[in-house]
Design a protein around this ligand. Sequence first.
Ligand code: AMP
Length: 196
Amino acid sequence: MIITLIGPPGSGKGTQSSRLTKQLGIPHLSTGELLREAKREGSSRSRAIAERIDAGQLVSDELIFELVDERLSSPMYQAGCLLDGVPRTLSQARMLNDLLRARGTKLDHAVALIAPQEDLVQRLLARALTEGRTDDTPETINRRMQIYDWETAPLLDYYRLHKLLRLVSAEGTPDEVFHRVMSVLQPHCWCATVRG
Ligand code: AMP
């Protein structure tokens, strides 16, 4: 089973991903995490990645799909995975379809977390104090929210049209959100398991 988790910055994609991967027994593939790892390499590629992330800008589709393709080639991803942070744009959604089709598989669910932007900004500013992520500054948060609205939010209609969209409110505690996610996935997960 392949699931993608879509959500604006601060919607809890990382928190929900770790719970979901445990519950569903599939590995996690976070493009944000892969990029933060690549950023620490100290190569010229890492400097370019750091510039984009720290400015709240998207990294190139080519680099994203190089990293995703490389990761999906590993045997542990053969039975499926939880994608977190990809696709981020309509062009990435099409690239992901092509990549999965070439691998003889397809996306089963697009889970979209939604919450009022003011609440998300407050969560991110609080996270900045505890986690110290370099892209959690007020200016960068604002830029990332804009990019979500312009580039990523159109994916909701795209996946609705393809009957893959599972919309979930990201308000409340991580437990509450997790239960909502499981309740939208459960009927479909059962079908996916039966289909094999
Ligand atoms: P995240 O951890 O998902 O919040 O991602 C952190 C940052 O990594 C984003 O603000 C982007 O700069 C970059 N990033 C993560 N995923 C993607 C993607 N699919 N396409 C382009 N840039 C990405």
